[in-house]
Write a protein that binds this ligand. Structure first.
Ligand code: C5P
Length: 243
């Protein structure tokens, strides 16, 4: 995999026209864009079509979370749009994840394009107090919980997980190199953390074993976006070398 394929930029804007400006400004330096709830809810499928027109890969990050039959229906619709990556919630349960994994296997067996599915482990906005109060776990840390959910995703046949950079090492230690790890919450050294709490640099995320990183505001709010991307790619290369 080329280093550019490992850096994903989220199109966290309201309008398709703003999204397209970002794509054009970053030229060939970025191959995959993340389309999330805000942009997709506002603009819908035409964002996917715009990205295809620019020959980009699409990471549809709608974090499906519902009963198995409903999530499988949503994944089927995403397949029909031709996205390359998508997310479901590991908290949606084993049967839901397994249903999705089987559907994708079937598709691959039929020789069709199948996206990579990532299971979101624990949202980084949830803390151990919530786990204790709501889920009733008394003796597990957030890290333990993430590792357990990642294990469930892997057993269900899901290709990858979304996890904060702080959890990359534990996931790698427990499940080896097979499970793909995608990490948001990345901040190049010296940049503003914004609302992200558990951050890491592109260098350390790659060194610890991330396969993909998502970097938003440090790129989107930069004076020179292309220059920022190039310096992040360099940091990532160094991290990979030292991994
Ligand atoms: O701007 P920033 O780099 O913080 O953007 C990170 C992207 O990753 C955003 O689109 C955000 O919604 C997403 N994300 C996250 N933390 C998670 C899951 C997704 O920051 N746990």
């Amino acid at each position: 995999m080329k280093i550019n394929d490992r850096l994903i930029v989220p199109l966290d804007v309201e309008r398709q026209s703003d999204a397209e400006k970002i794509v054009m400004e970053l030229e060939d330096s970025i191959t995959t864009y993340k389309v999330g709830l805000q942009l997709y809810t506002k603009e819908g499928k035409k964002v996917v079509e715009m990205l295809k027109k620019h020959d980009k890969s699409i990471f549809l990050d709608l974090k499906f979370h519902d009963i198995p039959n409903t999530v499988m229906g949503a994944v089927k619709s995403a397949l029909d749009m031709g996205v390359d990556m998508l997310t479901i919630h590991a908290m949606g349960g084993f049967d839901m994840m397994e249903g999705v994994a089987k559907m994708l296997w079937q598709r691959k067996n039929d020789g069709k394009h199948a996206p990579i599915v990532f299971a979101v482990t624990l949202l980084t906005s949830l803390d151990s107090a919530f786990l204790m109060d709501v889920i009733g776990t008394t003796n597990r840390t957030v890290d333990d919980e993430v590792v357990i959910l990642a294990g469930a995703a892997q057993s269900a046949g899901i290709a990858g997980v979304v996890a904060s950079p702080q959890e990359i090492k534990s996931i790698r230690k427990n499940y080896g190199k097979q499970l793909l790890i995608l990490s948001p919450g990345i901040r190049p050294a010296g940049s503003d953390k914004n609302d992200q709490q558990r951050t890491a640099t592109p260098y350390s995320a790659m060194k610890d074993g991330a396969d993909y990183i998502v970097v938003g505001r440090p790129i989107l709010q930069a004076q020179n976006k292309l220059k920022t991307v190039k310096s992040i790619l360099k940091e990532m290369k160094d991290g990979l070398k030292d991994s």
